[in-house]
Design a protein around this ligand. Structure first.
Ligand SMILES: [Zn+2]
Length: 477
């Protein structure tokens, strides 16, 4: 049979090994690809030790969805070097980690050193810490910042190392540590399935395509189908998780969706006047595999918008095709494209936009971020910037900014992996799953201000939406 895909050799070998192991353990179909290169129920015993493992000989595992841990070195009874598994087929990216530890002794204290980050600049310098949960405490928490150290290590060829101290407190628990709150492909599927079961008349879920490993590329359309002709409606297109390790983007995206399908009066008005198209997970394979930046085949999909291939970048290809099609359709009024990301060195939520020659367009583009800044105390307009770096040329924002006409706006919405400062705060406030979701709700309701639909809340007669130009002109400062 012809080979369908040119996977890199190392990966194919791994996949064969893992498939063989799956047969023995009888794990469910599809699980094999999560195992690529991850430690699999690895018990780390002292060098030279040959007896049966004892309590306190830690058992590491990352063979689960979105798991990532490539190697563990025993340094001492109390200290372990941990190696992030690089993105599949792309060794350049090593940031996301997500693994479990069990077989611990009560009150066992350890130091874990994550020794092979591919980035040197990191929010760990500013107080960020990994998240942790355990069997009886299933809600993720951030570790206390005082237990986390980020430094150039003389023991690791002067690499930047993040070390954290942890004290296990319950013997029979499984502890899980991660770079940030995980949001897996399965979690999204459960969420979308539960939305579908509600049979909401204004929500449609489609499979826009499949990933290389045949995972669903979901597209949601949220709008009141009965209200106004589609011609009059503006269309807002939102995508998330092109970068799989940027899990906060999924919480934001879910916040947007939750708000838009709610009974909130603002949501009802928005559904009457706007069509929302949302692709919640643009890179489902990368998310499933526990990659940070790339797809299964090692592509940073956010650098391939100019010429995506239907077989190497099928999800991106499908989304681009849809947007190009809509852009050519005179019945569609595509006005916003927002791609949601998470940022590893900045605080707050903020946006990137494009640079235009036309000063008036530049001003109009600043309107939405300004309004969002008024609605979301964690969103910073001063961190928002407009650029045309060459390196960003293949991104969705840049590519679509060039494609769509000059009444459309393309943004990247970024949110810190760590925290935000508000006007009144003296110290950074770490983001939680809930505050990420809240930012999403605020993004959704900002469209009401943008389209000046506020009067509809009290007086719900269908009226014509003003053109964006007319609105933005008097918003300008
Ligand atoms: Zn990103």
């Amino acid at each position: 049979m012809e080979r369908p895909l040119p996977l890199c050799d190392r990966m194919e070998r791994k996949m064969e090994e893992n498939t063989a192991r799956d047969v023995e353990t009888g794990s469910e179909a599809g699980a094999e690809d999560a195992l690529v290169g991850n430690v699999n129920k690895l018990i780390v015993t002292p060098p030279g030790y040959s007896g049966a493992p004892r309590k306190g000989h830690l058992l590491f595992d990352a063979c689960f969805e979105s798991g990532n841990l490539g190697r563990v070195d025993y340094i001492s009874e109390f200290e372990f070097d941990l190696f992030i598994r690089p993105d599949t087929c792309n060794p350049r990216f090593r940031v996301w980690f997500n693994f479990t530890v069990e077989n611990v002794r009560e009150t066992q204290r350890v130091i874990f050193n994550v020794v092979n980050f591919s980035k040197t600049k990191s929010l760990y310098r500013d107080g960020m810490s990994p998240v942790v949960k355990s069997t009886s405490r299933p809600k993720w928490q951030r570790l206390p910042a005082k237990n986390v150290y980020y430094y150039r290590s003389p023991d690791h060829r002067r690499n930047y190392v993040m070390s954290f101290a942890f004290c296990f407190d319950r013997e029979d628990e499984v502890y899980q540590f991660a770079y940030c709150y995980p949001y897996t492909y399965s979690r999204l599927q459960h969420y979308l399935n539960s939305l579908e079961r509600r049979n909401l008349p204004f929500l449609q879920r489609e499979q826009l395509g499949l990933s290389v490993q045949q995972r669903r590329l979901d597209l949601l359309t949220i709008t009141n189908m009965d209200h106004l002709s589609p011609k009059v409606k503006k269309l807002v297109f939102l995508t998330a998780r092109v970068h799989p390790g940027e899990s906060p983007a999924s919480f934001i995206c879910q916040g947007v969706i939750d708000f838009l399908v709610s009974q909130h009066p603002v949501a009802q008005i928005l559904r009457d006047h706007v069509i929302f198209k949302i692709v919640p997970m643009l890179n489902p394979d990368g998310v499933y595999l526990g990659n940070y930046r790339c797809s299964l085949m090692g592509f940073d999909l956010n650098r391939h918008w100019q010429d995506p291939s239907p077989w190497a970048h099928p999800t991106l290809h499908a989304v681009k095709q849809l947007i190009v099609q809509m852009n050519q359709d005179p019945r569609v009024n595509l006005e916003f494209y927002i791609d949601v990301h998470a940022h590893s060195t900045m605080l707050n939520g903020f946006m990137y936009g494009n640079v235009f020659e036309d000063e008036e367009r530049v001003q109009r583009q600043a309107v939405f971020p300004r309004l969002l800044c008024q609605n979301a105390s964690d969103f910073s307009f001063s961190n928002t910037s407009f650029n045309k770096d060459l390196v960003k040329a293949g991104t969705g924002r840049r590519f679509l900014g060039g494609l769509l006409d000059d009444s459309s706006y393309c943004y990247t919405l970024e949110v810190s992996f760590y925290s935000y400062m508000t006007a009144g705060s003296t110290a950074p406030v770490p983001y939680t799953e809930e505050t990420y979701t809240k930012l999403g709700r605020n993004v959704a309701r900002t469209f009401l201000d943008y389209y000046k639909l506020n009067n509809h809340i009290k007086d719900n007669r269908p009226t014509h939406i003003q053109s964006a130009e007319g609105i933005s002109a008097d918003r300008r400062q």
